[in-house]
Design a protein around this ligand. Structure first.
Ligand SMILES: [Zn+2]
Length: 378
């Protein structure tokens, strides 16, 4: 098995897991946040900078790399790691989510999904077999099964037929996966907010013995309490000795709440996307550095942060750069936001070690302002 999960400790206060995931490109401690490098680059960041801030695993997107530059070119370069000069671990998604979210013109059939390229309009077809072939060529350490991610809300009837198709697709993925000794394939549990369907999905996928499991179909527009409830009844259905990945979640409160419910891995474009808008995550909540009130503010973005950005640059300078669309400004805010989340996960791991993740949550929410009635979430 190319992917191994080592459970180090369970938090006595909450049941959250502290662990370590081993891949062919090293290991990383969990709970972990994975920065997203859609097109084989975490926008504006050099791989060396990601290493320096403690990112041991990043994510890349199959759909985008399939279209540009094409998986054959990446394969010819020696795989994603060599192509982008990243020697840490890489996870790729299956392309399914982009097909379902980017394309209005799609047709879901048992054999796969017909849709149009969001750039050129050209007709394309993605299936479990195709998603495996592309990911085998890209060569990440962890690849994801091709699934359907239904929107929220979806009826029980629709969700049931979707879950069953996702299970049949998962079987086809396992069969089509050509490099099982070098790349670990994760199954994706679907079922939306429905406990019986999550149970059915988890039971069927766990019987196929994937090296890890994702909880999919959340963070698609449902209220946070719906997501938390779904996690509460889904994570206990997953095996203890395998990693659990919550897809598409990256706001500080949801990372803590996911870890509390037994999740080990997270990814989201949120910290990098909002950074390019001039929005920063700080220990006291959201800070929109574009705002005029920072034009003469010579303090760092977050006075409690010791990242490269906060040690060297002021709010006023970063505001100026971003207002002028200077690339360096985007680099500075991106660096800070990623560092902030990686550091938050480090604090979460320490709190699990100290059996006090519940207390940590209360303290963090209080300081971050999530408990205030006018709290601004992301
Ligand atoms: Zn900082």
């Amino acid at each position: 098995m190319p992917i191994k999960y080592e459970l180090i400790k369970t938090c006595k206060q909450t049941g959250a897991r502290l662990g370590r995931v081993h891949t062919p490109h090293g290991s990383f401690e969990t709970p972990m946040f994975m920065p997203v490098g859609t097109l084989a680059t975490v926008k504006t960041m050099a791989p060396e900078e990601l290493k320096e801030m403690g990112a041991d695993i990043i994510l890349a997107n199959t759909y985008h790399l399939w279209l540009r530059p094409g998986e054959d070119i990446v394969e010819e370069a020696g795989g994603l790691h060599k192509f982008m000069n990243w020697d840490g671990s890489i996870l790729t998604d299956s392309g399914g989510f982009q097909v379902f979210s980017l394309s209005d013109l799609r047709d879901i059939k048992e054999e796969g999904v017909h849709f149009r390229n969001h750039i050129s309009g050209e007709k394309l077809f993605l299936s479990p077999e195709k998603a495996m072939q592309i990911q085998n060529s890209l060569g990440p350490d962890i690849m994801m099964a091709f699934d359907e991610c239904p929107p929220y809300p979806a009826s029980h009837e629709y969700m049931k037929s979707s879950v069953e198709r996702t299970t049949r697709w998962a079987e086809r993925c396992l069969e089509a996966h050509k490099r099982p000794n070098e790349q670990g394939l994760f199954g994706i549990v679907q079922g939306g907010e429905y406990e019986d369907l999550r149970r059915q999905s988890a039971r069927d996928l766990v019987s196929m013995d994937f090296p890890g499991y994702a909880v999919g179909g959340l963070s698609v527009g449902e209220p946070k309490d719906v997501m938390n409830r779904a996690l509460e009844f889904t994570t206990p259905l997953l095996p203890d000795h395998k990693p659990r990945y919550l897809m598409g979640v990256g706001s500080p409160d949801s990372l803590i709440d996911g870890a509390l419910r037994g999740i080990d891995m997270f990814d989201c474009v949120l910290p990098t996307r909002i950074a390019r808008n001039g929005t920063c995550m700080t220990s006291e909540g959201r800070l929109v550095v574009r705002n005029a009130k920072y034009s003469r503010d010579f303090r760092p973005i977050d006075e409690a942060c010791d990242c490269h950005t906060c040690r060297n640059y002021s709010r006023a300078y970063i505001r100026h750069l971003i207002k002028c669309n200077e690339t360096f400004g985007f680099r500075l805010t991106t660096y800070h936001n990623l560092y902030f989340l990686l550091n938050l996960m480090k604090q979460v791991r320490q709190a699990i070690l100290d059996d006090r993740l519940g207390d940590f949550r209360e303290e963090f929410f209080e300081q971050y302002g999530f408990n205030k009635p006018d709290a601004k979430n992301f």
